[in-house]
Design a protein around this ligand. Structure first.
Ligand SMILES: N[C@@H](CCC(=O)N[C@@H](CS)C(=O)NCC(=O)O)C(=O)O
Length: 222
């Protein structure tokens, strides 16, 4: 099969699985498992792409990394006009914005939270209270306010539209799913009703059910 998704468990790759299912194209999944101690991908993933991160898509001899690019690549080659607003429309600009924003601005905030939390939990036990204080300090001094700013803006962006780039589901929704699912799991989305409704709509898609069935449920535990 030409299209192969190199899929790491509990990872950003789940949203590419979703997109492949929405597109309904034939593809194969190659599974990689995180090291339970470090959370890192196995070295074998570096044989596909030198950074060894997931998702990576191979299409014959073509190797495509970075979720945003994978989404555009799949829609360019297999979209048949679906899942991306027409060129030169305001919706297309929104689509491109979220393709950059999800990994460029939102994910780094979530990653900082993940790393300081993990460092605290994994510190040798005498240092653990210091680690937890540091984690709390980072949240208080920086992360909590930044996350509230970002999530508030996103919630308002969805107040009058069903999907991130207009009234049709697009690749922008696929890329935004992972950071918002991670934010829900880590921080809760009680204050953001439009984000909660959007996630409910997204996860009600049959393609999400199929992605979950094939790639495993996304629990963020590893
Ligand atoms: N910006 C990249 C990030 C890729 C990335 O860091 N993936 C994580 C999984 S969520 C990974 O492979 N982690 C394992 C590792 O770093 O070894 C993308 O969106 O594709």
């Amino acid at each position: 099969m030409a299209l192969v998704l190199h899929h790491l468990n509990q990872s950003r790759s789940q949203r590419v699985l979703f997109l492949l299912e929405e597109l309904g194209v034939p593809y194969e999944i190659r599974f990689y498992k995180r090291d339970p101690r470090t959370g890192l991908a196995p070295k074998s993933l570096r044989e596909v792409h030198p950074l060894g991160k997931s998702p990576v898509l191979t299409d014959g001899d073509t190797v495509v990394a970075e979720t945003g690019l994978i989404i555009d690549y799949l829609i360019d080659h297999y979209g048949d006009g679906r899942l991306r607003p027409p060129a030169d429309t305001p919706e297309r600009l929104d689509y491109a914005y979220y393709l950059h924003y999800a990994e460029g601005s939102l994910m780094p905030l979530l990653l900082i939270g993940l790393v300081v939390g993990m460092a605290a939990r994994k510190a040798p036990w005498p240092l653990r209270p210091v680690g937890h204080l540091f984690d709390r300090g980072v949240h208080k001094a920086f992360l909590d306010r930044q996350l509230a700013l970002h999530l508030g803006v996103l919630d308002r962006a969805l107040a009058n539209r069903a999907w991130f780039a207009g009234n049709e589901l697009t690749g922008a929704d696929a890329i935004m799913s992972f950071p918002l699912q991670a934010a829900r799991k880590r921080y809760g989305l009680e204050r953001y009703p439009a984000l909660r409704d959007w996630l409910a709509r997204f996860e009600a898609r049959p393609a999400w059910a199929r992605a979950t069935e094939k790639g495993g449920a996304l629990t963020f535990d590893f």
